[in-house]
Design a protein around this ligand. Structure first.
Ligand SMILES: Cc1ncc(COP(=O)(O)O)c(C=O)c1O
Length: 416
C-alpha cells in the first residue's frame, strides 16, 4: 500500500492550520540521520527496526526555539533568574488562562526540571507512606512508579474499554468509586496517555463532583494539552473554581515542542500553600530547570504557535492514515483513535501471539512499540497484555512502512 492508495484524509476543520508547511520536511526524514548516538528512541533497538515507542517526535526543533537557543548561548550560561524567569512566567500564565486556569496567585507557579519530578513530589507531598493513591489504568507508567517507589499503594480504577465502532475509552465510575476508598489523592492524566482521550466537559464536571464529595486532592498532568486534534478550547481540570484549592496542575513544553531532552516543567496551583507543600516534599532533591530549557520554553510560547499548528496538522494526518490503514488492512485490530497526543493504543488481543506481542512485532515486523502491561502497576499489567502503544510522530512514509510491516507480520485476518 502506498500513500496514494489510502482513503482521502478527513479534511481539517475550519480554523485549524494546514500541514502544508510541515509536509516537505517531515515527509522526507532520513532514518540514517535520525539514528544518531544522542537519540534514545533511535539507538535502543538494532538498526533496521523502526522505533515507534518512547514519546519523542522525529521532527526537528522549531526554528524560533533554535534561534532563541543560539542567541542565549551568546550571553553565557550563568544561572537563570530564580525562582523563575519573569517573561516565561508571564507567557505561561497567559497560555494557562486560555485553558481556564485564570487568576493564578503570584506564588502559584513553581518551575521544575521536568513533569515527572512533579508527579513524584505530588505523591510525596499529598499522601503518607502506605496510603492508597487513586489512578486510572492504563496510564503513563511513572504514575504508578511514583506511588510504589515511594512506599504508597496504587488504588487502580481501570478505564472502561470502548465497545463498538466510534466508541471511546471512558471513565468507569463504579470502578473509580470502589478504588477511591481510603484515598486522599487522585492522579489524573488529561489528555490521557496512552488512550489519547481529552476528558470532555461532562466528564470533568462529574470528576470534580467526585473529588469534592470525597475530599480528594488532584494532581492533573496536562502535558499533552497542546497536541489536540480538535479545535475545541482545552479545559483544564482546575478551570472550575470549586476544585482549585485542591488541585496542582503539571505542564511543560516537552511533548508539544519536542524538547524532552532539555528538561523543564511547571507545577501550578491556586492555593500557594498547596504548591509550596508539594514543592517542599522534594526539597533540594528537585533541582532547577536549566537556562537553555527556560529559553526554549519562553520562545515556544512566544513564537512557536505556527510551527505547533503545522505539526499538529501533520500529526492529525498521520493519525488519520493510521485509522484508514487499520480499517483497510488490519480490521481485527481495535483502536479508538486519539483526540490528542501522537500515541495510539492498539488492542491486538485477538492475535494468537498476543501473549508476547511486543516481542513478536520486534522480531517479525522489525518495529518497536511500548508493551501494554507497562501501563498498569504489578499484576494489573496482565490486563493489558496484547495491547501496544504506537508513537506515530514520524514521517508519513516511515509510518506507512511500519504499518505495512505490521500487517505482513500479523496477518490481515485472524481465524477464530
Ligand atoms: C503524561 C506525561 N507526563 C509526563 C511525561 C514526561 O515529562 P518530563 O519529560 O517533563 O518529565 C510524559 C512523557 O511522555 C507524559 O506522557
Amino acid at each position: 500500500m502506498t500513500q496514494a492508495d489510502l482513503p482521502e484524509l478527513t479534511p481539517l476543520t475550519p480554523g485549524t492550520a494546514s500541514e502544508a508547511g510541515a509536509t516537505d520536511v517531515y515527509g522526507s526524514l532520513d532514518p540514517a540521520a535520525l539514528r544518531h548516538p544522542d537519540s534514545l528512541k533511535w539507538t535502543a533497538f538494532p538498526e533496521g527496526v523502526i522505533p515507534l515507542w518512547v514519546a519523542d517526535m522525529d521532527y526537528p526543533v522549531a526554528p524560533p526555539i533554535l534561534d532563541a537557543l543560539h542567541d542565549r548561548l551568546t550571553r553565557g550560561l550563568g544561572y537563570p533568574q530564580l525562582p523563575g524567569d519573569p517573561l516565561l512566567n508571564a507567557a505561561l500564565r497567559e497560555r494557562l488562562a486560555s485553558h481556564g486556569l485564570t487568576d493564578l496567585p503570584p506564588e502559584g507557579v513553581a518551575f521544575l526540571p521536568g513533569v515527572v519530578p512533579g508527579i513524584y513530589a505530588s505523591v510525596a507531598g499529598l499522601t503518607r507512606p502506605g496510603d492508597p493513591v487513586l489512578s486510572m489504568t492504563p496510564v503513563y507508567h511513572p504514575f504508578h512508579l511514583a506511588v510504589t517507589e515511594q512506599g504508597r499503594r496504587v488504588a487502580a480504577a481501570p478505564l472502561r474499554e470502548p465497545e463498538g465502532t466510534g466508541a471511546r475509552w471512558e471513565i468507569d465510575w463504579a470502578a473509580l468509586e470502589t478504588a477511591a476508598q481510603g484515598c486522599g489523592l487522585l492522579l489524573l492524566c488529561h489528555p490521557h496517555n496512552p488512550t489519547g482521550r481529552v476528558w470532555d466537559a461532562a466528564e470533568l464536571a462529574r470528576l470534580r463532583d467526585f473529588v469534592l464529595e470525597r475530599g480528594l486532592y488532584v494532581m492533573s498532568d496536562e502535558l499533552h494539552a497542546e497536541l489536540r486534534f480538535t479545535s475545541q478550547p482545552f479545559e483544564a481540570f482546575a478551570a472550575d473554581p470549586r476544585v482549585r484549592a485542591r488541585t496542582v496542575t503539571l505542564t511543560g513544553p516537552a511533548k508539544a515542542y519536542n524538547t524532552a531532552g532539555l528538561g523543564i516543567g511547571a507545577m501550578v496551583g491556586h492555593d500557594p500553600e498547596l504548591v509550596r507543600r508539594v514543592r517542599a516534599a522534594a526539597g533540594g532533591l528537585m533541582g532547577h530547570p536549566s537556562a537553555l530549557s527556560v529559553t526554549a520554553w519562553q520562545a515556544a510560547l512566544r513564537a512557536g504557535g505556527p510551527w505547533l499548528a503545522e505539526t499538529v496538522a501533520y500529526l492529525r494526518g498521520n493519525r488519520d492514515v493510521l485509522g484508514a490503514f487499520l480499517a483497510a488492512r488490519l480490521p481485527w485490530v481495535r483502536c479508538a483513535l486519539p483526540q490528542a497526543t501522537y500515541l495510539a493504543w492498539l488492542d491486538l488481543r485477538a492475535h494468537p501471539r498476543a501473549g508476547d506481542i511486543q516481542q513478536f512485532l520486534l522480531d517479525e515486523a522489525r518495529i518497536a512499540v511500548h508493551n501494554g502491561p507497562v501501563f498498569a502497576p504489578g499484576e494489573l499489567g496482565a490486563r493489558y497484555q496484547g495491547f501496544v502503544r504506537l508513537n506515530f510522530a514520524t514521517s508519513r512514509p516511515l509510518l506507512i512502512e511500519a504499518l505495512e510491516r505490521m500487517a505482513d507480520a500479523l496477518g490481515e485476518t485472524i481465524s477464530a
